[in-house]
Design a protein around this ligand. Sequence first.
Ligand code: OKP
Ligand code: ZN
Length: 351
Amino acid sequence: MRFVASEHHRGHDPATEVDAGEVVGIYECVARGDSIWTALDAAPGYESVPVVEHGLDPIRAVHDADLVRFLSTAWEELAAVMAQRGQDRRQVIADLFPNPRYRDGMGEWREPDNAVARLGYWSFETATPMLAGTWSAARAAVDVALTATDLVLAGDRAAYGLCRPPGHHAASAMFGGYCYLNNAAIAADAAATTTGSRVAVLDVDYHHGNGTQQIFYGRSDVLYASVHADPAFAFPAFSGFADETGTGRGLGATVNVPLPHDCDEARYLDGLEVALETIERFAPDLLVLSLGVDTYELDPIAGLGLTTESFAKLGRRLAADGRPTVILQEGGYHLDHLARNVLAVLDGFGG
Ligand code: OKP
Ligand code: ZN
């Protein structure tokens, strides 16, 4: 299997996040990308392909132009505000968010002038810091995804994109959940629109991919199917319910399979079958797999009872469907076992 990765991910090197008001070490760290890359280089049967720059057009096809403009200049503007305050900061985390009820009965929202307030205006939670290298890493992750997609569109049975930062929580006009640009959605949209093909996104990350769901919620050419921890107890809490099935032309092209806290491999694989049946009915030409391995039983912030052998089964099960597949990295936070679990999926697929 060929794979794509970018050195630029290292420029996005956050130190901390805020969890329930507590400052903790960042889980979405540089070592995640490096450990997977090192393992791919050492494993037999994997060949690295250089990243091809695809520019901003495929990003703007999915994301609001004002979000893209904000992200591209955010660090510069934040650094200026911090300098004014006499603070030398390597990262900034938003702490002010636009609750939809704030302006009840008071008319439209205005984008704030202050860069720190704008960070919250465009985001939704406190685990997604902005740093000097964030924008180029986020853009590179998109190029990784699009390069992997090109390989599959050109005939590779499957390709792996080592996207970091991840993408599936980034919506058309909002970033957050460690995600800035939605790599999988941009790849799926580019494939669907440039080739006129039907694309299914299967999201197996522990967390619901609210961003990918939102981007495709009204569309019938891209199916979004997700198997994830029930939002009743898991992040991101506001989406991923079984009764969210799409809207308008997109009705029926969103599928959510929420799983319980005490999930194990057998229950997980049953849930996966529900998602795969809907994909089968949709009959896509291309599958984009949002591959989070934070369903691992030992994951420090997640976990749905899967073992490394479960990930191998997942890879074999997806390969059995025989679809051209773009595999893109999302979450997975057990640093010591992360690469082994990703490789289990890829090897299982036939990597
Ligand atoms: C990203 B991916 C509270 C949120 C803390 C964020 C988890 C993001 C997971 N500030 N949790 O889906 O693996
Ligand atoms: Zn996740």
